[in-house]
Design a protein around this ligand. Structure first.
Ligand SMILES: [Zn+2]
Length: 115
């Protein structure tokens, strides 16, 4: 009996030994190192693809985590999320300022209103 849904549907409800054997087989399948190696490879590939999307969207850390955690679903979410825009910088001191500010919060220099 293989460890899949068809084996589950063929299970005799009056034979607890059969259910116990199926459970043992499925538990043994989880300890197979090949399964874990492929899971690890798949996770790394998904993270790398997510990082590539993140590079395009200017949000590498966000999209790498989404790709590693959710796989192809994370890629779709990454593609749907808006691109991360860097905050504007003050020309006088070079520090980040908010987009609508009239003056720099750090040095007080007047900011160009269109930024
Ligand atoms: Zn400044």
């Amino acid at each position: 009996m293989a460890c899949d849904f068809s084996a589950l549907s063929k299970l005799d409800p009056g034979d607890p030994e059969q259910a116990s054997q199926l459970l043992e087989q499925c538990t043994a399948a989880l300890s197979d190192p090949k399964l874990w190696i492929w899971t690890l490879v798949f996770t790394v590939v998904c993270a790398v693809v997510g990082a590539m999307i993140g590079r395009y969207k200017n949000a590498v850390a966000r999209d790498t985590i989404l790709g590693a955690a959710l796989g192809p679903v994370g890629w779709i979410i990454s593609l749907c999320l808006p691109a991360h825009k860097p905050k504007p910088r003050c020309r006088a001191c070079g520090r980040e300022v908010e987009a609508g500010d009239a003056h720099c919060r750090h040095c007080g220099a007047k900011l160009n209103p269109i930024r």
